[in-house]
Design a protein around this ligand. Structure first.
Ligand SMILES: Cc1ncc(COP(=O)(O)O)c(C=O)c1O
Length: 307
């Protein structure tokens, strides 16, 4: 099993991260000095969007796909980022250079509606433009994520309908996911397996979820979950490689009986799921030939994309 208190986002300790420079609205500040206002709409209301991205060989993996998601979400909630994609890339490049970072880097790019003039909800109270923050860290997932896998627990908290808070928003407010994560922790697991409003298996609180049954790869229809960049890459890679892949409804009985299961996300790429609700997945801790093939294909795709 994964080490105590590990999560799907546990990275190796890296002392260089103690002195990183963080981009805050155009200024680079030591992490201890990087601050946003207590009036910031991201802090007050979770009114903002973010992207998690990875830098390899000085290139941002799947930059266009991340920008598509960010700009679409911001447009949908009338949040003006205040710069175009080239501006975002320039800010990322400046931050990476200030930190001497080129490889095995994880970035959290955050955009909020900015500082409010009064501590209330109305978006019109944010009048001075967005707050943009870029945190970059030297970041490699710990080896135990691959060797031991992750333990999932199915939780009572379900995914929302798109007309409440669409799960496709990578919004600052992740309370639905945080509650699910707490429930999983209380059940003794590392991460939550969340169902959709109809009871079908959907996703986890922080990653997308796949199972393998008799050589076929299954994932949810894509409704109610994050439109993960890694999720889509895995589906595309399966199709190109002749691995049968289905976006479909399925239930817990299918997940509990899976031969292999894994999570996808920018941080960890593909992480095996060792157990679901205390039941071991397959015979190799969630791994198996399909998982290994997909992981290999994805690593090659990242190499090509960041050459
Ligand atoms: C709830 C949730 N699911 C899945 C993902 C994985 O998405 P991606 O593969 O684009 O990193 C994220 C990442 O932000 C997420 O917040």
């Amino acid at each position: 099993m994964a080490q105590e208190n590990s999560t799907t986002h546990t990275a190796e300790e890296d002392a260089r991260n103690r002195d990183i420079r963080i981009w805050v609205n155009g200024e680079l500040k030591h992490r201890d000095m990087a601050k946003v206002s207590v009036y910031d709409s991201g802090f007050m209301l979770g009114d903002g969007m973010w992207e998690g991205m990875r830098l390899y060989n000085g290139k941002w993996a799947f930059f266009d796909e991340h920008m598509d998601r960010l700009f679409d979400s911001c447009k949908a909630v009338s949040l003006d980022i205040g710069m175009d994609r080239a501006g975002v890339l320039a800010a990322l490049t400046e931050t990476a250079a200030a930190n001497g970072m080129t490889h095995d880097v994880h970035c959290r790019l955050m955009v909020t509606r900015g500082v409010k003039v009064r501590p209330f909800q109305h978006p019109s109270l944010s009048r001075s433009g967005p707050t943009v923050v870029i945190i970059m860290e030297h970041s490699k997932p710990v080896d135990s994520l691959q060797s031991e896998g992750i333990r999932l627990a199915t939780v009572p908290q379900v995914r929302g309908l798109p007309m409440s808070q669409d799960a496709k928003y990578n919004s600052h407010s992740k309370l639905n996911c945080v509650i699910a994560c707490l429930q999983a922790e209380q059940a003794g697991a590392d991460e939550a397996l969340m169902l959709d409003p109809h009871g079908f298996v959907n996703t986890t609180n922080a990653c997308n979820f796949f199972i393998v049954r008799k050589g076929q790869v299954w994932t949810s229809t894509g409704d109610y979950c994050m439109n993960g960049v890694t999720r889509q890459k895995v589906i595309d890679l399966c199709r190109a490689d002749g691995i049968p892949v289905f976006e479909r409804n399925y239930s817990l009985v299918d997940a509990h009986g899976a031969d292999e299961a894994f999570l996808t996300g920018t941080f960890g790429a593909q992480t095996p799921v060792a157990s679901i609700d205390g039941k071991p997945v397959g015979t190799e801790g969630g791994r198996g030939p399909v998982f290994r093939r997909i992981r290999e294909l994805y690593a090659e795709l990242v190499r090509e994309n960041t050459r």
